[in-house]
Write a protein that binds this ligand. Structure first.
Ligand SMILES: *Cc1c(COP(=O)(O)O)cnc(C)c1O
Length: 443
């Protein structure tokens, strides 16, 4: 790894060279494309991101759960370099190549369940979700899709319609796609009658709402993130997902697990569904799959996947050979370095520290997540009223100290932590020390 694994602050964050680039960005790039932390990057690796001013920041974001194997991970770089020199594109739908097939085989093997599976590859998470819905509709001959409160499934028209949060994802972008229905999420911390009733009551609400407002016989698919990402790292209580999956099976409804953020070792298992042995009909993947190159997949039961007529799925770039090479290098890294184990180790360091913070600072109402997908929810002391202002203040104070921390949540009051799974313990503790100091100063 060529990037030294230490935090270095040479200038203010952002520094003068980043500020110059940011001025160019503001003049050249559409305003709608925002930046959380405008430091301009020149290199990254392990748990460190290096900027143009020579600052080295601790990475608790992984480019939103993407560089789980680390940035410029050696096996990814080697395979990509080899592939990019051989050929860069033919279009798999025109003249195919082995890499695509090899990634499909890996996904079929690694996703939950031992049934016969098929995979189709795409470019982005949103595209994978769109295609999963298309497949479910053809396979069932039905059109309705049920999603959950706090869901995030992407920014294209159909996936934006599935996404719950208005600002910034949907504001002004309607009309939205039809036949999308929403039901309450099993959200233990905010469940009205208390977390102990959440699994059961949320499931009953789901069943009665779908029955009364949609009709099981009209429902093609139920789509859920097994741990919600942008919605605030909401972990449904034990039992909720298995019941949902069973109920879908009873009614011939395709159960889609959107594992785009939670997949690929992030939660300490290959997929978050593995935790309770839930076997979805279709799984969508992206983000962590290819070490930073754009790739996404839909993997699922052969009979559902193969319901679509030949030529019905695809796209010019889907399963690009360079992205497939990166995915193979990325998956190889996860297996060789036991990154599921690494995610569990990260949790064993981070969770107790976050719990200590929660005892110290009243503003932390909840600590949750799994593996290296952990979060704290910030509220006004003595209540559960969301505190997005404090959340933003803590995040930007972390940034100024050289710690990349991300926010999330429907109410903008969740700090989420997604370190690369290859981050060292020292950087991990240093990041947590910064967080502690920032909370002491800001809350
Ligand atoms: C990021 C994300 C998406 C969308 O992926 P893109 O690659 O940004 O289109 C969909 N679902 C979940 C759960 C995500 O976290």
């Amino acid at each position: 790894m060529s990037v030294s694994q230490q935090r270095i602050l040479k200038t203010a964050i952002p520094g003068p060279l980043s500020a110059e680039l940011q001025a160019r960005k503001l003049a050249a790039v559409a305003t709608g494309v925002g930046t959380t932390l405008p430091v301009y990057v020149t290199a990254a690796g392990g748990g460190i991101v290096v900027d143009v001013d020579g600052n080295q920041l601790i990475d608790f974001g992984s480019g939103i759960a993407v560089t789980s194997v680390g940035n410029a991970a050696p096996r990814v770089v080697a395979r990509v370099q080899e592939q990019v020199a051989d050929f860069t594109h033919t279009c798999f739908m025109v003249t195919p190549y082995e890499g695509y097939v090899a990634v499909a085989e890996k996904l079929n093997e690694l996703t939950p369940g031992t049934h016969e599976k098929r995979t189709a590859l795409f470019n982005s998470g949103a595209e994978a979700v769109e295609n999963a819905i298309k497949i479910a509709r053809v396979a069932t001959g039905r059109s309705a899709v049920v999603a959950f409160d706090h869901a995030y499934h992407g920014r294209t028209n159909l996936t934006m319609s599935l996404t719950a949060k208005n600002m910034p994802y949907k504001q002004g972008f309607g009309p939205f796609a039809g036949e999308v229905y929403r039901t309450p999420m099993a959200y233990p911390y905010r469940w009205p009658t208390g977390p102990e009733h959440c699994a059961e009551e949320a499931f009953e609400l789901f069943v009665s709402q779908v029955h009364a407002q949609v009709g099981e016989q009209n429902t093609a698919a139920v789509i859920i993130e097994p741990i919600q990402g942008e919605g605030g790292f909401i972990v449904p209580p034990e039992g909720f997902l298995p019941r949902l999956a069973d109920w879908c099976a009873q009614h011939g409804i395709v159960f889609i697990a959107d594992e785009i953020q939670s997949g690929f070792c992030r939660t300490g298992d290959w997929f978050a569904c593995d935790h309770e042995g839930v076997v979805p009909d279709l799984v969508t993947t992206a983000k962590g799959i290819a070490g930073g190159l754009p790739l996404a997949g839909v993997t699922g039961r052969a009979e559902i996947m193969d319901a679509v007529h030949a030529g019905g799925l695809g796209g010019t770039y889907g399963g690009n050979p360079v992205a497939c090479a990166a995915a193979l290098g990325s998956i190889e890294t996860m297996q060789a370095e036991d990154l599921c184990g690494a995610a569990r180790r990260i949790e064993s360091v981070m969770r107790p520290r976050l719990q200590l913070l929660a005892e110290k600072f009243e503003a932390i109402g909840d600590v949750r997540g799994r593996g290296a997908m952990l979060a704290v929810e910030l509220v006004q002391p003595g209540s559960k009223t969301p505190d997005p202002a404090l959340t933003a203040a803590v995040a930007s104070a972390c940034h100024r100290q050289g710690l990349i921390a991300l926010t999330a949540g429907t109410f903008g009051n969740v700090l989420r932590f997604l370190p690369p799974l290859v981050i060292g313990d020292e950087l991990l503790s240093e990041g947590l020390d910064i967080l502690d100091a920032v909370f002491a100063a800001e809350s």
